[in-house]
Design a protein around this ligand. Structure first.
Ligand code: XUL
Ligand code: CO
Length: 435
């Protein structure tokens, strides 16, 4: 097979290494809390950024070197990219990948032609996955690039657009199932509104739920047993996206009877756009039993755009891994780098530096989070903080068996309550001890 990257396979060399093309912390086989790092972290690379991201922005053309790509929509070009991608995954020791249907194969003039080229690409992906022992973390349908979806797909005012989206979802699910995908994502990039002046919100949400119910029916029909994930994001490209954050998604899923079929795929830069920390989004999902998978990236906090940067901040990766470990670890999910290099990092080698940076940051985050949990002081503090509830009365309230009058009588007897310090700064300092 031709080699496309003038970069050796990336090896673990330890924290003292001065080699930029080596892992300093990610050591796939190393055990952390009884499980290997590879099993904990389940890294995935997103086809859209890694293979199709040109570095273009609203002010200028792409900058990325892609010497293998002739820029055409030909089958040969689509197939060649797959070889490049698998060389990259191998050299970077990444076991999983994710795609949108339209990243791996182009949309052609008609639906049958489009599906035919997609099938050819999926045939080849099937071979490559077997040959290189790689797995599909999740697939998804791109329902936001084509102009027909400009006013929504499952929330389009136009029934013909809705039907087109339905067919595209069905096909993308079929391909995901063929490739043994562990999950399937719905990110509603255009499922929201530009303005309420022209929008029937109730109708659009009902239609979105109907689409997801049809997807559940199809999932059962073809025996796809992975979870569905909704990926929240509050805006961009829409002014308001219906799946704005974890809590809004959970509310929608409960309202429409979809909870048992869905988990959430949470992305840092989407959390920050929603005015939350990533830890908040993960916690809300985990508490509802819906922490599915992570789109691991970061943004520039004061910028207000979804900049999809590689995650290199250890406080971020530690907080993510704390939530993931406390939720029992990933099952079907993983850490998908929904991240792109900066325009300035345009060489093919930068793809490696970017992923190494993200993988090492998460390896450290994992080790730090595991050490914090094993140390126990943080969790013990939180447990102690709520210990007054470990009483007969506390249990009675939590079981819903108490009345306001009963509590009033109790309060009368007790007098002014005693409270203790939340010790935020002490605990922040404790976490710093591990970082
Ligand atoms: C867009 C985004 C998407 C989804 C998949 O902000 O995150 O790439 O992850 O459609
Ligand atoms: Co994403």
């Amino acid at each position: 097979m031709a080699e496309y990257f003038n970069v050796p396979a990336i090896e673990f060399e330890g924290p003292q290494s001065r080699n930029p093309l080596a892992f300093k912390h990610y050591n796939p086989e190393e055990l952390v809390g009884g499980k290997s790092m590879a099993e904990h972290l389940r890294f995935a690379s997103p086809y859209w950024h890694t293979m199709r991201g040109t570095g273009a922005d609203p002010f200028g053309a792409g900058t990325m070197e892609m010497p293998w790509d002739d820029g055409s929509d030909s089958e040969a070009n689509a197939l060649k990219r797959l070889d490049v991608f698998f060389e990259f995954l191998n050299k970077c020791k990444i076991d999983y990948y994710c795609w949108h249907d339209r990243d791996i194969a182009p949309e052609l003039a008609t639906i049958p032609e489009t599906n035919a080229i997609l099938d050819k690409v999926v045939d080849r992906l099937e071979e490559l996955q077997k040959e290189h022992n790689k797995k599909l973390l999740w697939g998804t349908a791109c329902l936001f690039v084509h102009p027909r979806y400009g006013q929504g797909a499952a929330t389009s005012p136009f029934l013909d657009v809705y039907a087109r989206a339905a067919g595209q979802i069905r096909k993308a699910m079929e391909c995901t199932k063929r490739l043994g995908g562990e999950g399937y994502v719905f990110w509603g990039g255009r499922e929201g509104y530009a303005t309420l002046i022209n929008t029937n919100v109730k109708k659009e949400l009902d239609h979105l739920a109907a689409m997801l119910h049809m997807a559940v029916d199809y999932k059962k029909e073809i025996g796809f047993d992975g979870p569905f994930y909704i990926e929240p994001k509050p805006q961009e490209p829409t002014t308001h996206q219906y799946d704005s954050d974890s809590a809004a998604c959970l509310n929608f899923l409960r309202e429409y009877g979809l909870m048992e079929h869905f988990k959430l795929n949470l992305e840092t830069n989407h959390a920050t756009l929603a005015g939350h920390t990533m830890q908040h989004e993960l916690r809300i999902a985990a508490d509802a039993g819906a922490l599915g998978s992570v789109d691991a990236n970061d943004g520039t906090a004061n910028c207000g755009w979804d900049t999809d940067e590689f995650p290199t901040d250890l406080y971020l990766t530690t907080s993510v891994m704390l939530e993931v470990l406390r939720a029992g670890g990933f099952t079907t999910g993983g850490l998908n780098f929904d991240a792109k290099r900066r325009r300035d990092s345009f060489t093919t080698e930068d793809l490696f530096h970017a992923h190494i940076a993200g993988m090492d940051a998460f390896a450290r985050g994992l080790k730090i989070a595991n050490a914090i949990i094993e140390d126990g002081r943080l969790d013990d503090f939180v447990k102690a903080r709520y210990s007054s509830w470990d009483s007969d009365l506390g249990r009675k309230i939590e079981a819903g068996e108490c009345s306001l009058a009963e509590l009033e009588a109790y309060a009368l007897e007790r007098g002014e309550p005693e409270i203790s310090s939340g010790r935020q700064e002490m605990l922040e300092s404790l976490i710093n001890q591990f970082i």
